[in-house]
Design a binder for this molecule. Structure first.
Ligand code: ADE
Length: 273
């Protein structure tokens, strides 16, 4: 379990190209916590031959991470390298892989994740609209509509590369300083190679509420199951960060979907939308 995976990455050309000296990285506070790692804010000196250190986000393993967790982060790095640059995908800036360590350096998104953004917006609107008589139609909000369009463009880029994300959800969309939505968190992403399918055999923690019926039933993932998740993200937007299928326990989700149940149009979602 704790066998050494040191130098696993050392000889790989694709990593060398991204290698960044860790001593030039000043790591700050935690921005987010995942299942097996965490994201910190950090400042990278000389990352892009700039004069002042650039603010970045760094994903690392938790202390005493297992070999499996390290492998999962390595796969995430592989996916980020594979996916490459797109304005609506969180960009890889570098990596520290020498001596068995593993840090992923990516662009910093000043407005954090979309789920928190929506929830904050909900609080602000609650306050602002308390005495208003006209109904609030959240899907007419320009920012939110624009995010929906941008996420679609990011996902379209993944589709063009046969990359299946498998964990598309508002919590995994990041919003940049200039209000650009970026698909992130490639921890579960896989290349579909020839068949266009990816089957997951083992069951880890799964994002049930974002999963299509065929993913729930048989662990089958395709670009189309990502499209299903995209629909759930639109629902999250229309409800300003609501939890999908409210009140329904995850173990009942498959049966309800199979029998034809779908979430109703959210209260504040315009009829046209
Ligand atoms: N939280 C997780 N990843 C992040 C990033 N790249 N920028 C800002 N906050 C984050």
């Amino acid at each position: 379990r704790h066998h050494s995976v040191d130098n696993l990455y050392f000889d790989k050309k694709q990593y060398l190209q991204w290698e960044f000296p860790k001593k030039n990285l000043k790591i700050g506070r935690i921005l987010g916590q995942g299942a097996f790692g965490q994201v910190h804010e950090a400042w990278a000196e000389g990352l892009d031959s700039v004069v002042k250190p650039e603010k970045v986000a760094v994903k690392t393993l938790r202390e005493r991470a297992t070999a499996e967790e390290k492998e999962a982060l390595k796969v995430e790095l592989d996916q980020m390298i594979y996916v490459g640059n797109h304005p609506n995908v969180i960009n890889l800036l570098g990596a520290c892989t020498y001596g068995g360590q593993l840090l992923i350096i990516m662009e910093y998104a000043a407005h954090g994740n979309l789920l928190n953004y929506l929830k904050n917006k909900s609080l602000q609107l609650d306050f602002a609209y308390r005495d208003a008589t006209n109904p609030l139609i959240v899907t007419e909000d320009k920012d939110i509509l624009s995010f929906a369009w941008q996420i679609a463009k990011g996902m379209s880029h993944l589709e063009s590369l046969k990359c299946i994300h498998r964990d598309l959800a508002a919590r995994n969309i990041l919003i940049s300083e200039t209000m650009v939505a970026k698909v992130s968190d490639f921890g579960l992403a896989r290349e579909a190679y020839e068949s266009g399918y990816y089957f997951k055999e083992s069951k880890g923690r799964l994002p049930f509420r974002w999963m299509s019926p065929e993913s729930l039933l048989s662990g089958q993932y395709t670009t189309k199951s990502d499209v299903w998740s995209y629909g759930v993200v639109l629902w999250e937007m229309a409800t300003l960060g609501g939890t999908p299928y409210p009140g329904i326990p995850p173990e009942q989700m498959y049966e309800m979907l199979r029998s034809g149940y779908r979430m109703p149009r959210p209260e504040h979602c315009g009829q046209e939308m």
